[in-house]
Write a protein that binds this ligand. Structure first.
Ligand code: 13P
Length: 253
């Protein structure tokens, strides 16, 4: 069975002390995970080493970076490479979050390169995609998301595609309190899996985890995660609240 994942995207929040406390509180709850379940904390770069040592003794708890650069190394002041992340044993990296696409002009092509840098360094990308409100209102979200997958992922050989975790994050649902309904999430996830199946075959498509993101909270996680093609969530705001995120973890299939 493919992995079920509760991923926390902390974005640009928390001081070091707050980050330590939040991890201590969540890990201190001792929520045991099944063999196919994982919890991933995407924390700001300066906290990755600390967070990695916090999860070191836990089973199936991991950290993620929130981004990396598309070049291998060199004169790119302020950027962080996938090789640097590998050297501190970071297993996951969020790529293509809509905030990065919007504020930092990340294109599908640039994301394809970032995906390659991560895979070269044995880091599993958590690849984000999803449509803006005007695309949803025009009813063209299926082809919009298909293009995102095609242009950033479909250069990969079959052997690499199962290293990818995909997060469907409709932009109109991020930080807005407006969640996609379980039916909307399931419909898009099934569509994405069918595109993956056409490209890579149903066996591989069935092994790829597709997370839902966008105003996931304790009150709606169970319903969203119970959809057959929703394999957990990428959670922003609610992942910064201990009790909320604990309930979200417990809502995994
Ligand atoms: P919210 O859960 O705050 O809507 O954010 C979702 C998100 O962007 C996760 O990456």
């Amino acid at each position: 069975m493919r992995k079920q994942i509760a991923a926390a995207n902390w974005k640009m929040n928390c001081t070091y002390q707050q980050a330590e406390n939040l991890l201590d509180e969540i890990l201190g709850a001792g929520i045991g995970l099944g063999a196919q379940q994982e919890v991933v904390f995407a924390v700001p770069f300066p906290y990755l080493i600390m967070a990695n040592s916090e999860v070191a003794d836990e089973t199936n708890y991991f950290v993620a970076a929130q981004n990396c650069y598309n070049k291998k190394s060199g004169a790119y002041t302020g950027e962080v490479s996938a090789e640097m992340l590998q050297s501190i044993k970071v297993p996951y990296c969020v790529l293509g979050h809509s905030e990065r696409r919007e504020y930092f002009q990340e294109s599908n092509q640039m994301l394809a390169e970032k995906i390659d840098r991560c895979l070269e360094n044995d880091i599993s990308p958590i690849f984000c995609c999803g449509e803006p409100l005007q695309v949803r209102e025009a009813g063209t979200q299926n082809s919009f998301v298909e293009t995102q997958l095609r242009e950033s992922l479909f250069h990969l050989p079959a052997a690499s595609i199962t290293r990818i975790v995909i997060a469907y994050e409709p932009i109109w649902a991020i930080g807005t309190g407006k969640t996609a309904s379980a039916a909307q999430a399931q419909e898009m996830h099934a569509h994405m899996r069918s595109i993956l199946a056409k490209q890579y075959g149903p066996m591989l498509a069935n092994n790829i985890s597709i997370l839902y993101g966008g105003s996931v909270k304790a009150a709606n996680a169970k319903e969203l995660f119970s959809c057959p093609d929703v394999d957990g969530g990428l959670v922003g705001g609610a992942s910064l609240q201990t009790e909320e995120f604990k309930t979200i973890i417990k809502s995994l299939k």
